[in-house]
Design a binder for this molecule. Sequence first.
Ligand code: GDP
Ligand code: MG
Length: 305
Amino acid sequence: MRDKIRQLHKDIQTGSFHALARAITMVENDLSGYDLLLEMTIPSKTKVVGITGPPGAGKSTLVNALLNIWSKGGKKIAVLAVDPSSPFNFGALLGDRIRMTAFYDNPNVYIRSLASRGALGGLSAKILEITDIVKQAPFDYLIIETVGVGQSEVEIAGLADCTIVTLVPEGGDVVQTLKAGIMEIADIFVVNKADRELSETLYRNLRMLVHEKTTTDIEIPVVKVVATDNLGVEELAEKIDQFFVQVHNTDRKLQMLTEKAWQLIQKRQMKKYHRQALMEELKVQLLSPQFNLYAFIDDYVSLIH
Ligand SMILES: Nc1nc2c(ncn2[C@@H]2O[C@H](COP(=O)(O)OP(=O)(O)O)[C@@H](O)[C@H]2O)c(=O)[nH]1
Ligand SMILES: [Mg+2]
């Protein structure tokens, strides 16, 4: 087993998409050997770029535009598109798939859609692991598209080295969004759909807020983009590269790594529990007139150990 996994790791490192796809499937489905593979992973130079924002903000369109620029520049790019709302791989992602087919034959571009299946320990533990696997392959960039709803800020931020928050003029109250913690996770803001009315207002308000809130000497860039027309995307690509040159924030890195470790520990801890078994046990215990949930949990946890 170990030799086979070592070979798989080597094949991923030498750029085999086939090996990479197999490894991701292993992690997705908890197939045997995947923990071995994770233990073989080594530090990587791949720049992980997270693109987050509300549904319909144009994240996939933006990914597409970045793929255009980077692949033309000879870069190798992987894309992980995460859709936590859909239990299946089609549906919401169909549009993305059609749009990104242009890259399916490109040997420098690897695209994979991931659907959440309510895995133990949550969606993010799996993505964290898959990200670590993809980073073993010789990609210059790994783009992770996630819907920025229903996940904690740190969860999103911990996923990527550089997080791009995509906002749109019709996306509601920006100040509210920023209060909800988005400000803390954004390394770059994109005002997409800049062809629309009110985008200038959003842009200006955002610039002002960023300016007010910036505590370091580097102000978070705000980039106006029309993703459908590739407008502003060159500038965005530049800002991303600048970010990787400028920012060596070890404090933040450590914070993110701690968050990542925390989530992985959580996942490992929860592995021994099964919701169905828990329900069965509760069903029986509930019959007792003295039933107490806290006492039950104490007993249950010590029993499962
Ligand atoms: N007018 C305009 N429409 C855009 C722009 N970018 C994306 N869209 C459209 O917005 C819709 C949602 O885009 P999509 O990339 O799927 O959003 P996602 O849900 O954030 O991935 C699609 O119909 C896009 O064509 C833009 O810059 N301007
Ligand atoms: Mg999308």
